[in-house]
Design a protein. Structure first.
Length: 279
């Protein structure tokens, strides 16, 4: 694992966490679509801001009250991200104002010994700015107003979050020394389960429901002094079987992961044997 300070982006579904993640990362790494639950696992990327290096974590939407199995597992992933993080960006929707879910998440974060930065996203004009006062009901001293989509307020937010981080001082680990291994295959062959076994942690959601993994998830791993990057990908099906827009995005991400990896490990279901799709 990286020795960089870790920042986790936390919030309920569809507040713009992946949009902010991509804005800070400077690349389209996480799936961004107007559908709650598009991000499910933790998604990592190393970033540098004004000579400050840090690792950023995108998380799935945190629904405190949902009893849906996938949201229960997403809550577990978010809790793990909170434990990993040194600082937390608690993202809320500035166009909607404070919600009951926001208040529940705030109560959870108050019980953690973390630096929490309260951020209202989607603040694009005076109408939304007038809603900011509502967030002070959380008992906070400051609220950062941003628009992740348009890049407004991002510099000020990063300056605040990274203020106490150490300078890089040319101490940048070369990406060339890290062996990238993409785990690919058709849906539900056990890619995420294999990732969890190799990493020794429950790093991704492993579920019997095909399509549980949506993003291509980067997981740093160190074995016997050597650095690896495991890439968990969405299941790839034939084009004529891909119907949902979100699934198309996921498959595109998986194919991009194959292009950037050093080794592609194709996982096959031993009970089914090699199928036409595997070939």
């Amino acid at each position: 694992m990286t020795s960089n300070p870790v920042i986790a982006i936390i919030g309920r579904p569809n507040v713009g966490k992946s949009t902010l993640f991509n804005r800070i990362a400077g690349k389209q790494k996480a799936i961004v679509i107007d559908e709650p639950g598009a991000t499910r696992d933790r998604n990592y990327i190393d970033c540098v801001w004004q000579d400050k290096a840090f690792t950023l974590i995108d998380t799935g939407g945190f629904e405190p009250a949902s009893e849906d199995e996938i949201y229960i597992q997403m809550r577990e992933q978010t809790n793990l991200a909170i434990e990993e993080a040194d600082s937390i960006i608690f993202l809320m929707d500035g166009s909607e104002g404070l919600t009951a879910s926001d208040m529940e998440i705030s109560r959870l974060l108050r019980g953690k010994d973390k630096n929490v930065y309260h951020v209202a996203n989607k603040v694009d004009g005076e109408k939304h700015e007038n809603l900011l006062v509502d967030f002070y009901r959380l008992g906070i001293d400051d609220i950062h107003a941003i628009s992740a989509q348009h890049g407004l307020g991002i510099n000020e937010l990063l300056s605040a979050v990274t203020e106490l981080f150490p300078s890089l001082n040319e101490k940048k680990q070369s990406d060339d020394t890290q062996i990238k291994i993409a785990i690919v295959g058709k849906p539900n062959v056990g890619k995420s389960s294999l990732i969890n076994l190799l990493s020794g942690k429950n790093r991704t959601i492993a579920n019997a429901i095909p399509g549980t993994t949506r993003d291509a998830i980067d997981l740093p791993l160190k074995v016997h002094g050597k650095h690896y990057l495991l890439i968990d990908t969405a299941g790839i099906r034939k084009k004529n079987k891909i119907s949902l827009t979100l699934e198309k995005y996921s498959v595109i991400q998986a194919l991009k992961s194959i292009n950037r990896c050093n080794v592609a490990l194709v996982l096959i279901d031993a009970e089914e044997g090699i199928t036409e799709q595997d070939a």
